[in-house]
Design a protein around this ligand. Sequence first.
Ligand code: ZN
Ligand code: ZN
Length: 368
Amino acid sequence: MGTKAMQVPKAARPQAATMRAFVMHGIGKVGFMQKPALQDPGPAGAIIKTTTALVCTSDAHTLAGAIGERKDLTLGHEAVGIVYKLGSEVKSVRVGDRVAVNAITPCYKCTNCLRGFTSQCTEMLGGWKFANIKDGVFAEYFHVNDAEANLAPIPKAVPDEKAVYTTDMMSTGFMGAEHANIPIGGSVAVFAQGPVGLMATVGARLLGAGLVIAVDAIPKRLELAKHFGADVVVDFKKQDPVQAILDLTNGEGVDSAIEALGAETTLEACIKATRPGGTISNVGYHGRGDFLRVPRVAWGVGMGDKTIRTGLCPGGRERMGRLLRLLEMGRVDPTPLTTHRFKFQDMEKAFHLMETKEDGILKPLILF
Ligand SMILES: [Zn+2]
Ligand SMILES: [Zn+2]
């Protein structure tokens, strides 16, 4: 094992001694720096030449200190690229293949992975390695651990700018719907229509929801919610969303509510808007505070048969293959989420927009 020489692509130009990376120097401080070029993927790993990436709100959370201090850590976890070097144990792809790599790259060997909770690889949230416990994807090249399980070949018909949405937005948003136990024909409320919430709306429709109610207050997002399959949109600045949802469901509440913001008020609204026996599926990143409050009475004083389900973006080649198939077959087109495009050298501008959410930004696409 691991004795075979690393494969080197014939067509690819040899890498320079250093590569450009967009890093977090420390909490609140970003910038470019030169890092040593990646040369050794290790027997089970791979090195990918980045072609297209997306900036995520989670990157802004990380920079703000949500996961603690980091020194010169390369940011980013949503990218696709071309296989540049492969470890000797990696058999399912070849150098030069176009691949998508999920934001979450589990080992598929540890106890939590073997129990089926791959996003909790080794420890809670441990599947999240990019821009957390190792350098992320905002660099000319990035390294992928356990590449056999984590590299997903991109079908010819799917361009990079679509495929890149499978790495987090589609996987996370669809998970929000999958975890919501939506009965066929059932009613679903999706709180917040940012990129993940919009993909949760798409997921709810794909899973057979009979009524999808999308909640937000930004007109452009409500418009996109309709485009992506919401039957009704509720502007929470114009009406109380819980009351609106009760009115739409004969006073009963929805079968499933999806929290796609990461705020106490929306989690509370989800619990209040869900009928007894229903499921609240949380995909929001709760980046502040020590506790989240549960509305006691709406929760049936702890006996309402209301399930609160949590999860982190599922990764892996098998799931990625299915998400890519949805793109290949034209079931989903996430490209309306791309509101801005930047070259890698303009990363700072893209990142700043993601922090301030100015200019109606949803997702900035980064071209390398
Ligand atoms: Zn992300
Ligand atoms: Zn694992």
